[in-house]
Ligand binder design. Structure first.
Ligand SMILES: C[S@@+](CC[C@H](N)C(=O)[O-])C[C@H]1O[C@@H](n2cnc3c(N)ncnc32)[C@H](O)[C@@H]1O
Length: 230
């Protein structure tokens, strides 16, 4: 039976509105700068063909959107339910089109998109099934969806390190920099909950998106799931 996430996600956009100003700085501190490399690598995997229209979902402050410019697509959309996060993204890539919306209901037309990306966003979605069905609806035939998200490393020593990092380091530094204790507790809980309970490819396949590849970064602490609409 398919397991599903157990934490309440409905307030997550408001939480991201509150931490938007410190989000980029904290991301770089908390990942020891690795997030920059991960987004770059993510785009490298996608740079194998031409895309006309690219949609970055849960775009946040737009750090992935900046890297996606290397694909030289004709149209870029950045979608996120947090207006404050998107306002920062607008300053980085003013030429993109910005839409305040959740992944579960996307205001774009059927079969109009060549590539959908999500980095560190899906664990916040209220419904993965509804969101992936929307991805299927938007994608053209042969369109690609590529998703990067935290996962649970398999190697036991690394798993311990990751657990200590998430339970102690992340909430401590998160509270110090953003002054929002609950936000970084939520982030920690959402990463654990997601890594334990969600089989991403299983839900993608249920929504008719066929597996192309799985890539692991940092010994499996981050995974990239790539699928195609056949
Ligand atoms: C951890 S940030 C990731 C931002 C960016 N993609 C990055 O790589 O830094 C997660 C983002 O997911 C957004 N989010 C929360 N709920 C969402 C939903 N239901 N649908 C789409 N995005 C959502 C938040 O507003 C936030 O900007």
């Amino acid at each position: 039976m398919e397991k599903s996430s157990k934490i309440d996600k409905k307030d997550s956009p408001a939480m991201f509105d509150n931490i938007a100003k410190t989000y980029d700085k904290l991301n770089h501190i908390l990942s020891f700068g690795l997030d920059v490399r991960w987004r770059r690598k993510f785009v490298t995997y996608l740079n194998t063909r031409h895309y006309e229209t690219v949609v970055d979902i849960a775009s946040g402050t737009g750090d992935l959107l900046v890297n996606l410019q290397k694909l030289n697509a004709s149209n870029y959309y950045a979608i996120d339910p947090s207006e404050n996060m998107l306002n920062i993204a607008k300053t980085k890539v003013p030429s993109a089109k910005f839409i305040v919306a959740g992944a579960e209901l996307l205001p774009l037309v059927n079969e109009s998109v060549d590539l959908i990306t999500v980095s560190f966003g899906i664990r916040n979605f209220v419904s993965l099934e509804k969101s992936f069905s929307e991805f299927y609806r938007l994608l053209k035939t042969n369109g690609i969806v590529s998703i990067m998200e935290f996962s649970k490393p398999k190697f036991f020593l690394f798993k311990w390190g990751f657990t200590i990092y998430l339970k102690i380091f992340l909430p401590f530094i998160g509270k110090m920099v953003s002054k929002d204790k609950s936000a970084y507790k939520y982030l920690q809980a959402s990463i654990f909950d997601f890594a334990e309970n969600v089989d991403v490819f299983q839900i993608l396949s249920k929504c008719n998106l066929s597996k192309l590849s799985e890539n692991k970064l940092l010994f499996g602490a981050v995974k990239i799931y790539t699928c195609k609409k056949l």
